[in-house]
Design a protein around this ligand. Structure first.
Ligand code: ARG
Length: 587
């Protein structure tokens, strides 16, 4: 049990004993540390409900707490706030329990769920660009966090590999390589020689053909026809498509590996292709889908809607299945085959309307079963002028180039600060890569995910302030204190009550971990972890400056401090791991 939950229990009983809801006893870390370490504001809400005076309620609650030996001070403030301060012995006891616990005091959930995190969403023929970055970084962190608290989590890349885009690429291939056997309707295969088409070709072809499909109805018809032929199993097209999929995926997996991101599933929209026809037919037969102007749609409007939500189109009048159709079938697959209880879609806020339609359709058609679906939306990464981040030439910046940029900047920083100097070349470049990626990820995750933020290379790579590199340095420093201790034969010992205010502050900070992770899970918001990691590292650094650990002459005190260093090192390593940030061995 954490200190907050124990204090909440104590206060809850006091509320209950005067006939009020124990939920009012909820205790928080104080936002006025000068008045107390913790506070309970429940008397105010209780008073509103009971139409009584909040200060009187607070006073009776305080009376009921009596003299609990854990509390050093209880006071009333303002209209009915209860301030609490615990004894130093109690702080030491909780910190000691945390330090001995492999989970650092964070409870595992009592009912683990099967969770799918749908994130990144790369597409065939497109190199990944900055738009995929936030989904990847946030999704990966949520996956790690949910797994840490005990859920069974699978991360799925949900590859965009089906639909009209594939037909468009086939049309483009026909224009560029008309003699390709894959395109010859009379040739029956086998297709032993892979088509001479690289990802660079696809990337070049795609925007051009997409523009022409938009402008020229004949080209659009041709693309639809090719899509339909592919979807009905034309062998040459299928072999060609498999090639598109392979070259795209190979490059994207390299990008993900550079970011330290791995997927448990690399399913695509095409994974559910056999479900599409029967799903649409069943929905029609069941009457949840209907024909409208030649298309098949599911009505999703609800009486309380403030704005109109139009029906989800399952099949167009041309007989094509759309993005929403594969999303709907994918939900059914996740529920039927993967037993999903909860699916999180970590996708750009601009797709909010799409997900609203799809979730509603999934509930109406029964595709979702009892599973929860949430759109974990996020804002954009902008350039300094507030517009979405682009290359100098105004093009979309490729992820690979962005990773190159942050790594370069990290190298410069390390040189500037004389870090990693004299290390073998290979280690230096590993460190630079780790620091660059940390800068990128932390620069993203420190923001509330729904806000936009400005990509600021100098700030992100700084070794001071709220940055990934600062936290890496802090973790490395903690590690090196522990290493030095080992080399001097010093070992951590029992945690003593704090001797100084900086130490007390640090210990109280450590004890916030369970609530912080709880909040991050509940709000699906890694920024709470990022913020806390920074606060912890700063409190540690103040402690470290004031308390000279290795040279402390009182051996029990020294051993206690070493135990604090070790627990802090574990906590920071955990937090950075949850943020997807690696810690170099040394810097
Ligand atoms: N491939 C999509 C895109 O680039 C993102 C996929 C998001 N996930 C989903 N289930 N729709 O916009």
């Amino acid at each position: 049990m954490s200190v907050l939950s124990d204090l909440s229990l104590l206060l809850g009983r006091a509320f209950e004993s005067i006939g009020l809801d124990p939920a009012h006893g909820s205790v928080l870390v104080s936002n006025r540390p000068d008045l107390g370490q913790f506070q309970c504001n429940g008397a105010l809400a209780a008073a509103r409900q009971a139409r009584r005076n909040p200060r009187e309620i607070a006073a009776s609650v305080v009376g009921r707490i009596g003299d609990d030996s854990r509390l050093a001070d209880v006071s009333l403030a303002g209209p009915g706030f209860i301030n609490l301060t615990v004894t130093d012995d109690v702080i030491a006891r909780y910190v000691s329990a945390m330090a001995d616990d492999p989970r650092l005091g964070v409870p595992a959930v009592s009912e683990p769920l099967d969770v799918i995190v749908d994130y990144a969403g790369p597409n065939v023929a497109k190199a990944m660009h900055v738009g995929h970055l936030r989904a990847t970084i946030i999704g990966d962190s949520l996956k790690r966090l949910l797994r840490f608290v005990g859920h069974r989590v699978l991360g799925d890349a949900h590859f965009g590999d089906w639909g009209l885009q594939m037909g468009m690429l086939i049309v483009a291939a026909r224009e560029h390589l008309p003699d390709l056997p894959h395109l010859d309707g009379d040739f029956e295969g086998p297709y032993t020689v892979p088509p001479p088409i690289t990802l660079a070709d696809l990337q070049e072809w795609y925007p051009a053909i997409a523009a022409r499909v938009g402008a020229d109805e004949d080209v659009a018809t041709e693309a639809r026809r090719a899509t339909r032929d592919l979807q009905s199993g034309r062998a040459g097209y299928e072999a060609l498509w498999e090639h598109f999929v392979r070259v795209s995926r190979e490059s994207q997996e390299r990008d993900f590996a550079d970011l330290g991101v791995q997927f448990d599933l690399w399913y695509g929209e095409s994974t559910v292709r056999c479900r599409l026809r029967p799903m649409v037919d069943d929905a029609l037969a069941a009457g949840v889908a209907l024909r409208s102007e030649g298309a098949v749609v599911v009505e999703v409007a609800e009486p309380d809607d403030k704005t109109e939500i139009s029906p989800l189109i399952l099949e167009t009048s041309h007989g094509a299945f759309l993005y929403g159709t594969t999303d709907l079938a994918t939900i059914a697959m996740r529920v039927d085959e993967l037993d999903a209880d909860l699916v999180l879609y970590v996708v750009d806020a601009r797709q909010a309307y799409h997900f609203e339609q799809v979730f509603r359709a999934a509930r109406r058609t029964g595709a979702a079963g009892g599973a929860g679906m949430e759109h974990i939306r996020f804002g954009t990464m902008n350039a300094r002028d507030g517009t979405p981040f682009k290359t100098r030439a105004g093009g979309v910046l490729k992820l690979q180039d962005l990773i190159g940029m942050v790594t370069e900047a990290a190298i410069a920083r390390l040189e500037e600060s004389d870090l990693a100097a004299g290390y073998p070349e290979e280690e230096r470049s590993t460190i630079a890569r780790q620091v660059g990626i940390a800068a990128l990820k932390f620069g993203d995750l420190i923001n509330n995910r729904t806000s936009n933020y400005v990509f600021d290379l100098r700030r992100f790579t700084s070794l001071e302030g709220k940055t990934g590199p600062y936290l890496q340095m802090a973790a490395v420093r903690m590690g090196s204190i522990l290493d030095k201790a080992v080399s001097r034969g010093l070992v951590p010992g029992p945690v003593l009550p704090p001797a100084a205010e900086v130490e007390r502050r640090l210990m109280l900070r450590m004890l916030q971990l369970p609530e912080v992770t709880g909040r991050a899970v509940e709000l699906r918001a890694p920024n709470h972890l990022a913020e806390y990691a920074y606060e912890l590292a700063s409190d540690f650094s103040r402690f470290y400056e004031a308390c000279h650990i290795l040279t402390e002459s009182d051996s029990q005190r020294r051993a206690s401090w070493l135990a604090l260093v070790r627990a802090n090192r574990c906590t920071l390593a955990l937090l950075l791991d949850l943020l997807g940030i690696e810690v170099p061995e040394r810097m």
